[in-house]
Write a protein that binds this ligand. Structure first.
Ligand code: IDP
Ligand code: MG
Length: 149
């Protein structure tokens, strides 16, 4: 079963969109296996966005993700990575389809509300960066057999 790390970024938390964003992933059928409200440290932010270290927006990106608390969620499901990224929408909110989180609630790339892992490997790595094993649950929902074939 694939795992993805979702971050409800500081702008989304500040704007009171935590519940709305979580609702969309739950409604999609993805299973929550970990969730917490936290302040991202500079060290963790730099690790999480390490692939962007050389990009001109890196400093601003670290400022953004550490500016105020976030909600991090580990989700599990069939094709969880692709499903979550479709629900999130394109990185640039003006290019995100209506009906996606970014397409419905965001305008600018540096205030795009939510993170989702981009590959199966990164999903595993990112979940491990944000959660210790005891914070993750292995469980089955009563509805799983009606969502997963
Ligand atoms: P993703 O979040 O859709 O996976 P990435 O390309 O991995 O997009 O970029 C990570 C994050 O960095 C974006 O979500 C966005 O917040 C920020 N970002 C990416 N490109 C730019 C840019 O050109 N200017 C400012 N921020 C950017
Ligand atoms: Mg990315």
């Amino acid at each position: 079963m694939e795992r993805t790390l979702i971050i409800i970024k500081p702008d989304a938390v500040q704007r009171g969109l935590t519940g709305e964003i979580l609702r969309r992933f739950e409604q999609r059928g993805l299973r929550i296996v970990g969730m917490k409200f936290m302040q991202v440290s500079r060290e963790l932010a730099e690790k999480h966005y390490d692939v962007h270290r050389e990009r001109p927006f890196f400093a601003g990106l670290v400022e953004y993700i550490t500016a105020s608390p976030v909600v991090v969620i580990a989700l599990e499901g069939t094709d969880a990575i692709a499903a979550a990224r479709k629900t999130i929408g394109a990185t640039k909110p003006v290019e995100a389809e209506a009906g996606t989180i970014r397409g419905d609630f965001a305008l600018e790339i540096g205030r795009n509300l939510v993170h989702g892992s981009d590959s199966v490997e990164n999903g595993q790595i990112e979940v491990a960066n944000f959660f210790v094993e005891s914070e993750l649950a292995s469980w089955e929902r009563a509805t799983d057999r009606w969502i997963f074939e």
